[in-house]
Ligand binder design. Sequence first.
Ligand SMILES: [Fe+2]
Length: 234
Amino acid sequence: MAEIAQYRRPAIGTQPDYWCETYVSTHKRSPKQPLILLPQTLSEVTGPVFGHDDIQSGDADLTTQHAAAPLGERIVVSGRVMDDRCHPVPFTLIEIWQANAAGRYLHHNDQHDAPLDPNFTGCGRTLTDALGNYRFVTIKPGAYPWRNHHNAWRPAHIHFSLFGPAFATRLVTQMYFPGDPLLDFDPIYQSIPDVKSRQRLISHFDWDNTVPDTALGFRFDIVLRGRDATPMES
Ligand SMILES: [Fe+2]
């Protein structure tokens, strides 16, 4: 039987710790015993395949899913998905979800005293193209309070989910915005020990994809596994 190529393990400190003192939710859900490393078999190095049939037209534009435009600052979020050798990952599914411009999710668990927007659901999906590129149009999400500690506020962020070509490349993460003062105080962002790794979660302002008179652009490149991997959500 042919030998199965293994994915590299992430370098120490580049991914969030399972337990983080300042991120209270991790106290109960982090493993109490040392992890057991299992060899990667066919189950880990293969994965589900999604086709264009799974995507509806308009899924990548969160500003046109209702009768009218949502409130807030319209933005374009785009980038390239790469593997651990910096090769593009084509035709892979990306899903995003986010709060509205006021910092409120359309979800029954979100009881933040901020208005819902009848013209904004906050969910989108798309496939990367043949060169690994993707593009969403959405609105800039607002910061919102959470109950981790007194006066705790999450920096504005967009949740990302990627499947990649294998179960071992599955990535769930969060994209942040440059210059956000809340990043210095956010236990989730700060739970990634290595500073350069955590900075990979911050998008870059992107003139090239800014649409005149319409929307500012932000670039967020994503690396699935390897030395430069985008950190996983803790
Ligand atoms: Fe969130």
